[in-house]
Design a protein around this ligand. Structure first.
Ligand code: LRH
Ligand code: MN
Length: 427
């Protein structure tokens, strides 16, 4: 299924005057703050977010999974779904694949299919947290950290194979998330596990093409519940620093213990030039993988405040981070959930662009926390939705993507096309 521009034009026609009114009002307020609205819109249009190939179906937990039907049954259909999102918001111009869930059968056909949807291939993800049917050695007790060299070598070979798939598709980065850890005190030698992991990652890093990056993703717990080898940003940063200048830390928002100051971690990694990218999602308790901005939109704004500060810093040394979503949809329609997540990310970015950094810095330098908060919250309390909508309109996308998705009855059409029982690979 594809959404043609004619439908988008017609659909936008219904709400164009409302949009013009709220956009003109916002422009008035922003110009009073000497903000260049067209520059803001250019930045928003250029901010493309990669969609995870493993989050286009219904997710589940060990307690149950309630598929909604019409899920993509192949990599081609997954790209059709990301193509749908991109047609509706022109901000989802990339897909991040997970191997072996998404091994491209015919690379040339897959690349042509991606191009037909205007999609690029962002980081590819390896998977040594599940055993594949034909696998010689189990990852039950770890992969790159395993006590057995044969298991470590198998996991290293898998990551090199993932890089080969990525190179064929035109991806430029490998994300390594390791479930490796323990569930009982005494079970593992922490130092040996970390040293083996570093030695294994060195072989993977050496196997990357010169223009590739390695993203080391950290997580405090799950699937193991006593220790995780790469448990926090510090451990990931240590490994990325040891590996070399093309290794970076990947920040998954759900991979932090309650009340962790994530925006400070982001600022620190950017200061070190080691912030590789993000897995955006939201959570209340654990790695809940919920809709971005659904629970903690102010934290997301504070994270983008640090990102914009780092990205606009003329002395900044951090390369442009990779913007990716990592979510799982137990209750919502996966595509509607992803449309909401992309919009929440764009809004946090746009609000952070409104901050007058000179005034904020002088409030900080003069130790005036009241004024600093006023400046931040003035930006956060600015309704930037007309700005995001205008960016979509100028990109040929829908003013109101979710309304367009529903009025087109996309899910109904996908169920007719693929069947109510169609299940997607992924989590
Ligand atoms: C681990 C994780 C990782 C992926 C997986 C799908 O929790 O965040 O990024 O490989 O989810
Ligand atoms: Mn993740």
């Amino acid at each position: 299924m594809r959404i043609d521009e004619a439908f988008i034009q017609t659909h936008n026609g219904k709400t164009l005057s409302d949009h013009r009114e709220s956009f003109t009002y916002l422009c008035g307020k922003l110009e009073k703050r000497a903000l260049d609205v067209d520059r803001l819109i250019d930045k928003i249009q250029g901010f493309q977010i990669a969609i995870p190939s493993w989050a286009l179906g219904t997710g589940g937990t060990r307690f149950g999974r309630f598929p909604g039907g019409g899920e993509p049954r192949s990599l081609e259909e997954k790209m059709d779904d990301v193509g749908l999102l991109h047609a509706l918001n022109k901000a989802s111009g990339a897909i991040s694949l997970h191997i072996p869930w998404d091994i491209p059968s015919d690379v040339a056909a897959i690349k042509a299919h991606a191009a037909s949807h205007g999609l690029a291939f962002d980081a590819v993800n390896s998977n040594t947290f599940q055993d594949q049917p034909d696998q010689a050695h189990s990852y039950k007790f770890g992969s790159l950290c395993h006590t057995s060299e044969a298991v470590r070598q198998q996991a290293i070979e898998h990551n090199l194979e993932v890089i080969r798939h990525g190179v064929a598709l035109g991806s430029k980065a490998l994300t390594v998330w390791l479930a490796d850890g323990s569930s009982f005190p005494g079970q593992t030698n922490f130092r040996k596990a970390l040293q083996r992991t570093l030695d294994s990652l060195r072989q993977i890093y050496a196997g990357m093409p010169e223009d590739w990056k390695l993203f080391v993703e950290y997580k405090p717990y799950e699937p193991y519940f006593y220790s995780t080898v790469i448990q926090d940003w510090g451990t990931s940063h240590l490994l990325a620093t040891e590996l070399g200048e093309r290794a970076f830390t990947l920040v998954d928002l759900g991979h932090h213990l309650p009340n962790t100051n994530i925006e400070q971690i982001v600022a620190t990694l950017m200061m070190r030039g080691k912030l590789g990218g993000f897995h955006f999602n939201d959570s209340k308790f654990g790695d809940d993988d919920l809709t971005v901005g659904a629970l903690k939109p102010y934290q997301l704004f504070l994270i983008f405040n640090e990102l914009v500060e780092g990205m606009e810093d003329p002395e900044g040394i951090n390369p442009a981070p990779a913007w990716m979503i990592d979510a799982s949809h137990n209750l919502k329609d996966p595509l509607e959930d992803l449309l909401q997540s992309v919009e929440a990310i764009q809004m946090a970015y746009a609000q952070a662009l409104l901050i007058d950094r000179k005034v904020l810095e002088s409030a900080r330098e003069s130790n005036d926390p009241t004024l600093a908060q006023e400046i931040l919250q003035d930006a956060y309390r600015t309704d930037v939705r007309p700005l995001i909508a205008e960016a979509r309109l100028r990109s040929g996308a829908a003013l109101r993507p979710i309304e367009a998705f529903r009025s087109l009855e996309v899910r109904k059409q996908l169920i007719q096309e693929r069947g109510a029982k169609a299940i997607s690979t992924g989590l």
